[in-house]
Design a protein around this ligand. Sequence first.
Ligand code: FE2
Length: 378
Amino acid sequence: MTLLHDPDLTVAPPRLTGIDHLEWWVGNARTFAGFLCSAFGFAPVAYAGPETGRTDRVSYLLQQGSVRFMVSGALHPDSPIADHVRRHGDGIRDIAFLVDDVDASYEAALQRGGTGLRPPAHDTDDHGTIRHAAIATYGDTVHTLLDRSRYDGPFAPQFETTDLTAPVGPAVGIAALDHVVGNVELGALDRWVHFYEQVFGFGQMVHFDDAQISTEYSALMSTVVWSQGVSVDETAIVMPLNEPAEGRKKSQIEEYLDFYGAPGVQHIALRTDDIVTAVRALRARGVRFMDVPDTYYAEARERMAGVELPWDALEELSILVDRDHGGHLLQIFTETVTDRPTVFFEIIEREGATGFGEGNFKALFEAIERQQARRGNL
Ligand code: FE2
C-alpha cells in the first residue's frame, strides 16, 4: 500500500461537502442499471455512451431521493472497466466526494500522504464546466474529488437526459445514503483508519472489536470513520471499515476478500423515513433479503421494551431493530446483488439512533453464515 510518504499534516485536510455519487463498474451496465430501477426503485436520469460522443464506455446515472448511482460498462476488451470486472466481478469503483475546490483538495490530500491517480482536469460543454481529480483508497477503489458547481446540464459533459423510462412498481422511498462500508485485508484495519484520518482529516466515530461482533464461526472488527460534520446528516460522509478476525470457520469478510480478490465496498446503506413501506415495496419488486432466525423477535421485544414498534409488520417483513442512547433504528440487509458473494444493500430507518445495529450483528451474521454454508464457503 502506498501512502504515508512524508506526510505534511500542517496542511489543512480537503474540505469534503458530501458524497456526490457511487460508481459501479459492471459487466453489463444496461441490465444492472435496469435491475437497480426495477428492483430498487431508482429512476434513470442521464446517459453517456457512443450516442452522446463517448466511445469507450457507457454510463447510466440513476437517482432516488438524494442517492445517485452511476453504472458503467466497457465497450472494448482493453477497457479498464473490463479488467476490473474480470478481477473483481461487478462492484463499486468510485466513492465520489463533492468538494468546493478540486485543486486545493487534491494538493492537500497528496501532501497529507494520499496517492494521486488522476491530477485535476476539467470537462466543458455548453452547460459549463466540471472539475475533477482522483485519489486511491483501499483495493482498486478510488475517491473522485468533484466540483459540479459551475455546471447546469444533466450531470456532466457527454451525459444527456435519457429516454429510458423507470419501470413501474410500488414507490420505495429511499431518501439518502446513510453509510458505505469497506472490507479491508486481515491486519490492515488500523492502517486504513489512519489513512482516512490522515489524508482526509476524518474522525473515528466508533469501534467494534471481535468480542462484540462474533458468532460461533465468524468474527470481524469494525471501525467507523466519518467526515465529522455537525451531525449524521445529508452531508456527513460515514464509512465503516471491516477486517476479518479469527473465528472457527471462514469469516464473511474473508469470503468477500476471496471472491472480490481485493479490499472493496461491501455494503451500501440506504436511508428511508418509512422502512415498513420501503421493504414491502422492495419485496413486491423481487428484492431478496437475509432471513432472520425464528428466535429473533422474542429476544428483540425484550431488548426494545418501552419502544412502540409495529411488531407484526417487522416480523412479517423480517426487519431488524436496535437501540442506543439516542433512540432506535430499524434495518434489513439484502442478499448479495452480484454474482460473486460480495456486495449487498442495507435499508435503514433512524429514529434518533446513531449506531449501526450492533445489537443485530450476531443475529445477522448467523443468517449470513447459513447462506455461506449453502455456497460451501463456511
Ligand atoms: Fe451498515
